[in-house]
Each structure stands twice: as C-alpha cells, then as structure tokens.
Design a protein around this ligand. Structure first.
Ligand code: 5RP
Length: 259
C-alpha cells in the first residue's frame, strides 16, 4: 500500500488500537432533511471532539462545516436516488475523485446493492472508484446498502456483500451487525465498521449493538441516527467511544448518558 493511502487510513482507524468511531451525517443525500439533521452543522458541532471522522456529502461539507475542522472527512460520492423515487438501489458516482481531493477527503464512500436490479452498475462503479482511489491514494469505503429491505440483514447476505466489496478492492467496508456477525467479519479481509440503522428503541440497545459488533470483529462504528437522534447525543457518542476505544462494558459506558 502506498504511503498516502496508508496515511489516510491511519487518520481514520486509530493506529494505537485499530478501532474507529465515525459519525455518519450523509443521510440527506436520499432522505432529505431527517429529524435532527435539518441543520447538520449545528447537530454535528458538539459531537466532533468524540469522533474519529465524519461521513457526509460535499454539499453539506461546503455549506455547513467550517473549513478549519480537524476531524477527517469521509466523502459520500454515490447517490442519484431518493426515498420518493422508484428504486433506492439505482445509485451511481455523482462526485468525482478530483473534487474529493479538493475537499481534502480522507476516504470516499460508495454504496453497493448486491442482489438488486442495480447490482451490476453499483459493483462496476465501486471497481471504478477503487481504480481512481488507487491512482490518488484515497481509500474507498464500500457500504453494503439494503435500501428499504432491512430484513435482508443476515449473515449470509451481508457476508456475501462484504466479501464482494473487499474482493473488488474496497479498503474498508461498512455493513450492519447481525446474528453470527463473527462469520461475516472473519470472511472479510479488510476492516469492517457497522452502521447503526434506524433509531433503536433505547440508547442501551444501540450501545449493545456497538459493543457486540466490536466483540465479534468489527473495527468500530459509522453511526448516525442512534447518536444524533438521541435526546443525549453527546452522551451517546461518548458512550460509544468508550465501548469502541476503551472496551468498556455497556453498563459502564451507559454512565455517560446520565450526564
Ligand atoms: C446511508 C449510510 C448511512 O451513513 C448509514 O446508514 C449510517 O447511519 P445510521 O447509523 O443512521 O444507519 O451509509 O446509506
């Protein structure tokens, strides 16, 4: 791996423990102004000190985030779909590598839709993005997206998606936690992080998710709604951070929620 690629990855995944807490605020690219993300700059500001990277689109980055930010950027470069359209899987690359470099991105993120009518286009686009990433030393984060079909999140399907993403060259893969997640992690030769998915019933449920994911082989989280839609978003990200970086048990991490 070339120096630039290694250097960017080391900014995203902490070299001291090999773990990562990323904050995802890219949802607007197909969901519009989600609750608590109407003003992304305001939502994210108090969370930044506890975040290893933020994942977002170039529009939110340029318009809502101060350019003196110290936190590395994971730039969402895929889209072209919306919750109001006919197929969430119909994604392509909308932001070029040149703009990602201009924005000083530490990685670019792209969703694949395995098993859908758009499987072929999203997998080939992932390959194309990896080719460009290799040229410039920019890591690619592949997201194993399920669209509205949340029930797809089982080890067999996610194992297939993660392995394909790694085989096509993604340097990091983002997926969902599931039963038998250890099998998914074992068969994916690159680091895995997990999304939180839609807001869970309680904060403790989300902390358990983060805990079980790292216990079973994830390198960390790239979480959104379960952090910033919480009534105590700062407490949540501190708690998740203590689980991922300090191996704190959920009961102890939950103390951050009381502050
Ligand atoms: C959308 C994404 C989101 O960033 C991802 O789902 C993480 O956010 P959340 O924890 O809210 O699920 O990649 O495709």
């Amino acid at each position: 791996m070339d120096w630039g690629m290694k250097n960017r990855l080391s900014r995203l995944i902490r070299p001291d423990d090999g773990r990562a807490v990323w904050l995802a605020i890219d949802h607007g690219y197909f969901l519009g102004p989600l609750s608590k993300l109407e003003e992304p700059g305001k939502t994210v500001k108090p969370l930044l000190p506890f975040t290893d990277a933020i994942m977002l689109t170039r529009g939110v980055l340029r318009n809502c985030i101060s350019a003196d930010i110290k936190v590395p950027i994971i730039l969402r470069v895929s889209g072209g779909n919306s919750i109001a359209g006919p197929a969430l899987s119909n994604e392509g690359i909308h932001t070029c590598m040149e703009d990602a470099i201009r924005l000083n991105a530490s990685a670019v993120a792209f969703s694949i839709y395995v098993g859908t009518e758009h499987e072929h286009q999203t997998l080939l686009s992932l390959g194309q993005l990896v080719n460009e990433g290799q040229r410039y030393g920019i890591p690619v984060l592949a997201v194993t997206a399920v669209g509205k079909e949340l029930e797809k999140r089982d080890a067999r399907y996610l194992g297939l998606c993660c392995r394909i993403a790694a085989e096509l060259g993604a340097q990091v893969v983002k997926t969902y936690y599931c039963e038998d997640f250890a099998k998914v992690a074992r068969s994916c030769p690159v680091p895995l992080v997990i999304a939180g998915g839609p807001k869970l019933k309680t904060e403790l449920d989300a902390l358990n998710l983060a805990h079980d994911a790292v216990r079973d082989g994830a390198k960390g989280v790239d979480m959104g709604r379960n952090i910033w839609q919480s009534g105590n978003a700062v407490g949540m990200i501190k708690a998740v951070n203590s689980i991922v970086h300090e191996n704190k048990p959920v009961k102890e991490a939950a103390k951050f929620l009381k502050g």
